[in-house]
Design a protein around this ligand. Structure first.
Ligand SMILES: Cc1ncc(C[n+]2csc(CCOP(=O)(O)OP(=O)(O)O)c2C)c(N)n1
Ligand SMILES: [Mg+2]
Length: 274
């Protein structure tokens, strides 16, 4: 079996390169979410470059759209577009901009304004039910994003329509743009909140592929309600000086920081083979 933990560290290096070259990007959230994306795109979802127009494909929405560099790295590696395209990231006239847009092959929804992905995912899942289709819909939200009221309208509708073809993942890294989620808008009763809206609540270690895959399989087996996976992650995961630091929410590494990060990511990749 392919070593997906190693793959995630390799892709973090590509994200780092993109952001270092392009001189912008949300590196902290990219590094916290990338194991979730790898689990979905390499194992869980029925999606491939050949299926992007297939009505039966699984759908994915990156509701925390600022982590698009992680999604670009995954899509390029899975062959949705050539890796060289990413050399244009953040350049004038490139379609590989700082938030997802559906000119890029494989991207289903333009996101970046937080709080909208879940409601659209609910609509897609409801449409799937009406068509008696078998595809599943996945979306990833940030924990800071949960402060958006529109998230809870989506949650209410997902529960009401009993959308067991829908799975939301919360990237629970406990930080948002300016500091701790608990200081800005407390999130600690997530389990009770989602359950009260009619969702089946699951937990995962969000930077551990096996833990995530187990949770995704459990989510698939849930009947009569949507599932939410609260994925405990570390913002900046994989680079010691970026971990758990709000300062790295949106920051470009200096040359010295870049070199140090490359070294650490290579070491982490090697260690994941042991
Ligand atoms: C509606 C809206 N308000 C504000 C922002 C600016 N913004 C970008 S990222 C971010 C913090 C998001 O935190 P979180 O959802 O926890 O993301 P993560 O920690 O995974 O990076 C904010 C406030 C935005 N993109 N959209
Ligand atoms: Mg967060």
């Amino acid at each position: 079996m392919e070593n997906l933990a190693a793959k995630a560290f390799e892709l973090r290096k590509e994200v780092l390169d993109m952001i270092y070259r392009g001189k912008c990007g949300h590196i902290g959230g990219d590094f916290s979410v990338i194991d979730i994306l790898v689990s979905l795109y390499y194992k869980q979802m029925n999606i491939s470059p050949e299926l992007t127009e297939d009505p039966g494909r699984d759908r994915f929405i990156l509701s925390k759209g600022h982590s698009v560099e992680a999604l670009y790295a995954v899509l390029a590696d899975r062959g949705f577009f050539p890796k060289e395209d990413l050399l244009t990231y953040s350049r004038y006239k490139s379609k590989y901009i700082g938030h997802p847009n559906n000119k890029v092959k494989g991207i289903e929804m333009n996101t970046g304004s937080l709080g909208h992905g879940l409601s659209v995912a609910v609509g897609m899942a409801l449409a799937g039910k009406m068509d008696q289709a078998s595809f599943r819909v996945y979306t990833v939200l940030g924990d800071g994003e949960l402060a958006e009221g529109s998230v809870w309208e989506g949650a209410m509708a997902g529960g009401h329509f009993k959308l067991d073809n829908l799975c939301a993942v919360i990237d629970r890294n406990r930080l948002q743009i300016s500091g701790s989620t608990e200081d800005v808008m407390a999130q600690d009763s997530q389990e009770e909140r989602w359950a009260s809206f009619g969702w089946h609540v699951l937990h995962a270690v969000g930077n551990d592929i096996n833990s995530l895959l187990t949770a995704f399989e459990k989510a698939k087996a849930v009947k009569g309600k949507p599932a939410v996976i609260i994925a405990d992650t570390v913002k900046g995961y994989g680079v010691s000086f970026m971990e758990n630091s709000a300062a790295w929410h949106h920051k470009v590494p200096s040359e010295e920081e870049y070199r140090k990060a490359v070294k650490e990511l290579n070491e982490r990749k090697e260690a994941s083979y042991e």
